[in-house]
Design a protein around this ligand. Structure first.
Ligand SMILES: Cc1ncc(COP(=O)(O)O)c(C=O)c1O
Length: 414
């Protein structure tokens, strides 16, 4: 949804933390404070049919405009409020389109930007379903995807050909945590008329204002940090005026709509996102620092950790982090890593991240990559068993104790 600039939500002097609290709470949706019936949150507005007062009103319905009641597929105030809040958070965005999941957002964006015959450049560390989408959906749609080393700006530039229409970036990569030089990649792409789409789920605009760093479209899986409670799925794409209009029309054409109940859950999560991210970042950094000198550990892949791969770019470009990072074990076997993860009692075993609860999953990108290597450059080829941690809101010392038990199980099995 796109609305006129809202001074109260993100006017001059309003910082992101304050914006998170105020954004999307327009008086036309919550009532005017001080008047009877005013509420804090936009109510859950459940509707497929919107009723018109008479035939003249139905015929006279304004063309496809944001913030107008029409029919449920175009949403109602609860979904509009969430989109409005996400737009307020992303400097440079005119509007935000909501999708039923993060993957649906990536697909919706790529199906807007690309045409049959185009080439898409995709970062080699992309989330695996993005790769699967390239090989399946986009291939069937007549788009050729070529992968590039996430950290090699020169190779990216050289890979741009006359048919290259778009580039999909993901920084940090959500398994292996490479931090991309997004401003340089976006500038190289723009100079050759290539549209850049960033999967910005890891940092969110709180930690990395993607459009301000030169990208054209910023995508998030709201399932992660925005929900924050592992009970709801959704995705978003925020962009400036031209791409926003096109994304919106394509999403309508694909029949995308999100439920108002889910939008309300996302709005609830959004209000506390900054405190959760700050707490998870502090805890993740402490855990990364504890892991680093351990004899079982070959490498900690945590951009917030001084000296870790990508830390310099992270410090240059990011204003925040999150609880998601990985580490690589020294040598070992799959069975030993299974023993480590199975020995953890505070970390759940399951996909996703960004929830209040900690999770651990194995990292095995070797069979997925085509343009860059795993183990990462500089790492011993024998050190290839990775573990990804999503640090939640438990006490840091308890999580460290749990990892200590996990590493003991790993040592016993190695
Ligand atoms: C980096 C990244 N992007 C996108 C997605 C997809 O999000 P969703 O699960 O909401 O479809 C994920 C999910 O794990 C992810 O890690």
């Amino acid at each position: 949804m796109s609305f006129p600039e809202d001074e109260a939500a993100h006017g001059p002097g309003i910082r992101p933390g304050t914006c998170l609290v105020r954004a999307g709470r327009r008086a036309e949706w919550t009532g005017t404070p001080g008047h009877p019936g005013a509420v804090v949150n936009p109510p859950v507005w459940r509707a497929s049919t919107h009723l018109y007062p008479d035939m003249a009103a139905l015929r006279d319905h304004p063309a496809n405009e944001d913030g107008r009641f029409y029919y449920g597929r175009r949403g109602a105030p609860t979904q509009w409020a969430l989109a409005d809040a996400l737009t307020a958070l992303e400097p440079g965005a005119t509007g935000t389109v909501l999708y039923p999941s993060g993957v649906a957002a990536i697909a919706g964006v790529l199906l807007t930007v690309l045409r049959p015959g185009d080439v898409l450049l995709m970062t080699d560390n992309a989330y695996e379903p993005s790769r699967i989408m390239a090989r399946g959906l986009l291939h069937d749609f007549g788009v050729e995807t070529r992968w590039f080393d996430p950290c090699d700006v020169a190779a990216f530039e050289a890979a741009i050909c006359p048919r290259t229409r778009a580039a999909l970036l993901e920084s940090p990569g959500s398994l292996t945590m490479e931090v991309q030089d997004v401003p340089a990649l976006a500038a190289a792409a723009r100079a050759k008329g290539v549209v850049t789409v960033l999967d910005n789920t890891w940092a969110s605009p709180l930690g990395f204002p993607a459009l301000a760093h030169g990208t054209d479209i910023s995508v998030m899986s709201l399932t992660k940090h925005v929900s924050g409670h592992s009970d709801c799925m959704m995705g978003s794409a925020s962009a400036g005026v031209d791409w926003y209009r096109k994304l919106r029309l394509r999403a309508q054409g694909l029949g995308n709509v999100v439920s108002p109940d889910d939008a309300a859950l996302m709005l609830r999560g959004l209000r506390t996102m900054k405190v959760r991210l700050d707490a998870e970042t502090t805890s993740a950094l402490a855990i990364a620092q504890w892991l680093e000198p351990r004899p079982e550990i070959a490498c900690v892949l945590c951009p917030m950790l001084p000296g870790a791969p990508g830390h310099d770019l992270w410090r240059r470009d990011f204003t925040g982090g999150c609880g998601l990072f990985s580490f690589v074990l020294k040598g070992g076997t799959t069975d030993a890593r299974d023993a480590l993860i199975d020995a953890l009692s505070l970390f759940g075993i399951g996909y996703s991240w960004g929830g209040f609860e900690s999770l651990a999953t194995p990292v095995d990108p070797a069979g997925i990559r085509t343009a860059s290597r795993w183990p990462l450059p500089g790492m011993d080829p024998a050190d290839r068993f990775g573990v990804r941690l999503s640090i939640g809101l438990e006490d840091t010392a308890d999580l460290i104790g749990d990892l200590e038990r996990g590493l003991a199980a790993w040592s016993a099995a190695t």
